[in-house]
Design a protein around this ligand. Structure first.
Ligand SMILES: NC(=O)c1ccc[n+]([C@@H]2O[C@H](COP(=O)([O-])OP(=O)(O)OC[C@H]3O[C@@H](n4cnc5c(N)ncnc54)[C@H](OP(=O)(O)O)[C@@H]3O)[C@@H](O)[C@H]2O)c1
Length: 507
């Protein structure tokens, strides 16, 4: 057992075959195979497993194994143990075929049967759809037609679906309808890798595992919440994809809405998957539907022009490959949301996400109300008044509580200081890909961190007024921020109207 990695759980997952659709793609080599290897290295992958990659290009089993071996040298998150990799590698297979060709599934069925006999996978299979979204439903339908998702004789068949889950409410409903016709809800695992991050999982633990926070987790004590997902990169060759998405659909409507749900949901009455997901749905359903006037007032769109990031000059979005020279796609979005329930009435939730910002950082700031009486008013060395609880989600993970303390010296002078928690307190932890927990949970049948149909639906219902109002009112001022800055001035103005500021994420 590799001592460098904290065990994710105490049991290996049950025997199974992991079938990766899109096996020659980017996600497979960067994240999926390294995650499975990481699970194997800590004894969490079953001894009886196999991996079957499905993709279009011609390749033998050996050529695929060789490719995975090379890719691991580049993308593994830990030093590879040659003996473990040899055992891992001999359980990897390749199934060539077009996703919409029935013959592909005939070949896959044969490989699954062989796996069962040779590797003892016991008929259990996890199908990971690491493919473009247009293939999600067709693959699920083909799997059903070929009886590959039938759960009989006590074995399980589960499907992990990548993002995005639709482009708007109508397309999400269509996709969910087709998936539900092919699979039971208990077989569908819609993945959001943000939720597999330690700190995202820690939000609920922190809230309800410490008696001090829950009593003040409400409108009486919390002034507002800020959630930031900042990226320093641009579109990195994915211009064609980004032109159909934009910051709101790519990041805010899914990852950030779900982070907000974790912060704001009611504590569940158990940690069972359905109990947690029921509370998330209720929260998403309570997000206030914005009127068009509110959308125009309480949201901001931005697009980067040329600028400097990390000391290097970079082009503007409209100069990127496969981007229209007059594109009105937003590479930055900020919004103010309200939650219409008893706990959060009147507490604004500010969300912002952008590309080509000064640095990469995802964090959530819960800003508490200021003390009722400022006894230290004139002596404050530092004007930052209120307490803040900060969840750092990436790149570094950790939690910090900002409190006030007296500066040493003969006079009463106060300053904001941080009580800091970092995961190094648990000992050395090897970097993970962020997908291990999700893969393992799916093999264990634990759906807590995955999105249920009604969660996807509720998130799109909340997003729909924004999408529609933006479509009816195309922006005329783009580009409106320089690469390497914190976004358009209008996003700051939106906060100033409420006497707030965006907090600059820590480096
Ligand atoms: N890349 C990431 O870091 C990342 C992060 C988060 C989410 N995602 C999501 O993960 C999914 C996969 O992304 P990706 O970046 O890995 O995609 P990708 O690099 O474009 O890979 C696509 C894969 O699908 C195969 N394929 C495409 N059309 C096919 C067809 N008609 N028949 C058979 N095989 C076909 C390709 O095989 P050939 O190459 O042999 O044609 C390739 O293996 C997407 O839904 C994406 O949104 C990706």
């Amino acid at each position: 057992m590799n001592q460098q990695i904290e065990p994710l759980a105490s049991h290996p997952a049950p025997p199974c075959a992991v079938v990766i659709f899109g096996a020659s793609g980017d996600l497979t080599k960067r994240k999926l195979v390294p995650s499975l290897y990481n699970l194997a290295s800590i004894g969490m992958l079953p001894a009886d497993f196999s991996i079957i990659g499905v993709a279009r290009r011609e390749m033998s089993h050996d050529a695929f194994r060789e490719q995975m071996t090379k890719d691991m040298q580049e993308f593994a998150t830990q030093k590879i143990d040659p003996a473990l990799w040899d055992k891992f590698r001999e359980r990897i297979y390749y199934c060539q075929g077009e996703f919409d060709n029935p013959e592909t599934y005939g070949r896959l069925a044969t490989l699954l049967e062989e796996s069962e006999k040779k590797h003892g996978t016991q008929g259990n299979a996890l199908f990971y759809l690491s493919v473009q979204p247009t293939y999600f439903a067709p693959i699920a339908e083909q799997l059903k037609q070929h009886n590959l998702v039938e759960e009989k004789d006590g074995h399980w068949r589960r499907v992990i679906v990548e993002k995005p889950f639709g482009h708007d409410l109508a397309s999400a409903r269509e996709l969910n309808g087709r998936l539900s016709a092919a699979l039971a809800e208990s077989q569908i695992f819609r993945i959001d890798h943000y939720l597999g991050k330690e700190t995202a999982q820690n939000i609920l633990v922190f809230r309800v595992g410490n008696a001090m926070f829950e009593p003040i987790w409400n409108r009486h004590h919390i002034d507002h919440v800020q959630i930031t997902v900042a990226e320093s990169i641009g579109v990195e060759g994915r211009g064609a994809f980004y032109e159909t998405a934009g910051a709101f659909r790519d990041v805010i409507q899914n990852h950030m809405f779900m982070l907000m749900a974790l912060i704001a949901m009611e504590p569940p009455n158990s940690l069972a998957g359905e109990a947690v997901r029921n509370e998330k749905v209720k929260l998403l359903q309570a997000v206030r539907q914005m009127t068009p006037d509110e959308v125009l007032r309480d949201t901001v769109r931005g697009q980067y022009g040329a600028g400097t990031v990390n000391g290097k000059p970079v082009p503007g979005y409209r100069e990127e490959k496969n981007v229209a020279p007059d594109s009105t796609i937003e590479t930055y979005a900020a919004l103010k949301l309200g939650i219409d329930n008893w706990r959060w009435a009147g507490v604004p939730f500010y969300l912002r996400s952008g590309k080509r910002l000064p640095r990469r950082s995802t964090e959530i700031i819960v800003r508490f109300k200021s003390p009722a009486l400022s006894l230290f008013g004139d002596n404050e060395a530092d004007p930052l008044g209120p307490n803040r609880l900060i969840f750092h989600i990436q790149p570094e993970e950790g939690i910090a509580l900002q409190v006030r303390a007296k500066v040493p010296g003969p006079t009463i002078c106060t300053r904001g200081v941080k009580l800091d928690f970092g995961y190094s307190q648990f000992g050395p932890v090897a970097p993970t890909t962020g997908y291990e927990k999700m893969m393992y949970d799916c093999m264990m049948g634990d759906s807590t961190l995955f999105h249920r149909t009604d969660m996807v639906d509720a998130a799109w219902i909340a997003a729909q007024p924004i999408i529609e109002t933006w479509a009816a009112n195309p922006p005329t001022d783009l580009p409106n921020y320089a690469a390497g800055t914190w976004g358009p001035a209008a996003a700051e103005e939106m906060m100033h109207r409420d006497q707030h500021n965006w907090q600059i994420p820590v480096a």
